[in-house]
Design a binder for this molecule. Structure first.
Ligand code: NAD
Ligand code: MG
Length: 386
């Protein structure tokens, strides 16, 4: 049992977090849960802790601290509260790997802290690499840490690159389902409500990434994520719409050969691969049946209708703190759309306004990212209707 890998899961009560726990439940001879954290879902955090017996749990929302402590009073589990605690628990000596399944900018600091303590990362929280990819990946290299992607497209590329360390990648193609509004025009998009945007055709995910998938911002964030994970230039990263979500992404090499990774859309597979690398652990995940998918199709993304993808690409090319600006503006925009404060297309307007109004920093430090994030959120809130 002592050879089990000790995992800290940040955001264990979310879509990725709960699926990670399903994987660990199945593969308990390989993995042990050391830390569980949630933003504010005290009831589920308690239930998870009762089952998995971590050493520590953290509830980020301090008003829920008493509830969690009371709920776990019979068990030898330490309970902490607050954002600062997240940054501390990732450094526990017993933690081997930190799975970042929390959503948004909040993932940046704990990820940097984990890397400072030389922990390997299983990364679902793409916003961390979007905001500060250069800082995060250079710290990982310096401290000899691995970052294993959980995002299905990046897991696909990662899997395609195994055994190819002597060969340069010419290009990658990230596949996109196109989301629930694929083929729709701006007229239609101007009328859509959150209930429609929250219905993704192929994946059941948290609210923020589901809206990002509908607006194609998700694919833009993923281009930036891929740039840092795989050390690519912007012109080496392309997006192709593939509505069936069976091919999870493609790597093209310098001889023209392409490798693709495929399977049914199920996040448990990339989660398990990231936790178990380099082993492919035996699983009972449903297997793909070719006959059920007689045609796999491909289209060019419509970046005139879905402007977020074009703006994120522009931010990737511009570099510096521009992706951080886009990320913060998008977090505010998505939250406002989910509260019915702005329409679907106004999310793009808000992001564009922030890109044009926040000071550009070519070589940001960590402090510059913090300032950029704060300034952009402030500005974005000003742009919202009162
Ligand atoms: P989710 O909203 O379902 O879950 C988020 C988790 O993080 C919850 O446990 C929540 O309590 C916690 N959390 C949220 N805000 C927090 C904060 N400020 N501080 C501390 N904890 C906080 O989200 P999700 O869909 O699981 O996505 C998590 C991350 O994984 C995102 O970055 C997303 O882009 C990425 N991702 C998700 C999927 C998917 O299928 N869900 C696929 C690829 C990538
Ligand atoms: Mg993805």
């Amino acid at each position: 049992m002592s050879s089990r890998k000790n995992i800290a899961i940040l955001g264990s009560t979310g879509s990725i977090g709960t699926q990670a726990l399903e994987v660990i439940r199945e593969q308990h001879s390989h993995f042990n849960v050391e830390v569980l954290t949630s933003n504010s879902n005290a009831a589920l955090l308690i239930k998870q802790a009762e089952e998995f017996h971590p050493q520590v749990v953290v509830i980020a929302d301090e008003s829920k601290f008493d509830e969690v402590r009371q709920g776990l009073r019979e068990l030898p589990i330490k309970v902490y509260a607050g954002q600062e605690a997240l940054a501390d628990v990732v450094q526990l000596p017993s933690v081997d790997m930190v799975l970042t399944a929390l959503v948004g900018y909040a993932g940046l600091k704990p990820t940097l802290k984990a890397l400072e303590a030389k922990k390997n990362i299983a990364l679902a929280n793409k916003e961390t690499l979007v905001v500060a990819g250069e800082l995060v990946t250079s710290l990982a290299t310096k401290n000899n840490c691995d970052i294993f992607p959980i995002d299905s497209e990046h897991s696909a590329i990662f899997q395609c690159l195994v055994g190819e360390s002597h060969n340069a990648v010419e290009k990658i193609y990230l596949t996109a389902s196109g989301g629930p509004f694929r083929g729709r025009d701006r007229n239609f998009l101007s009328t859509v409500r959150k209930e429609q945007a929250l219905k993704h055709p192929n994946w059941d995910m948290g609210a923020k990434i589901t809206i990002d998938s509908a607006s194609l911002m998700n694919k833009g964030l993923e281009m930036i994520e891929a740039r840092w994970l795989f050390g690519l230039e912007p012109d080496q990263i392309d997006v192709i719409v593939h509505p069936q979500s069976i091919i999870h992404s493609i790597a093209q090499f310098e001889d023209g050969s392409m490798k693709a990774q495929m399977g049914l859309p199920d996040m448990k597979l990339p989660i398990q691969y990231a936790l178990g690398y380099p082993k492919r652990l035996k699983s009972t995940f449903q297997r793909f049946d070719f006959v059920k998918y007689p045609s796999l199709t491909f289209e060019t993304p419509d970046t005139e209708t879905f402007r977020n993808l074009a703006m994120a690409t522009e931010a990737m090319i511009k570099g510096g703190n521009m992706p951080c600006i886009v990320n913060a503006a998008n977090e505010i925009a998505v939250a406002a759309f989910l509260k019915d404060q702005i329409g679907f297309l106004e999310m793009s307007d808000l992001i564009e306004d922030c890109m044009n109004n926040i000071s550009f920093v070519k070589h940001p430090s960590y402090e510059d990212y913090v300032t950029t994030d704060e300034e952009t959120r402030r500005k974005a809130l000003e742009f919202l209707p009162a």
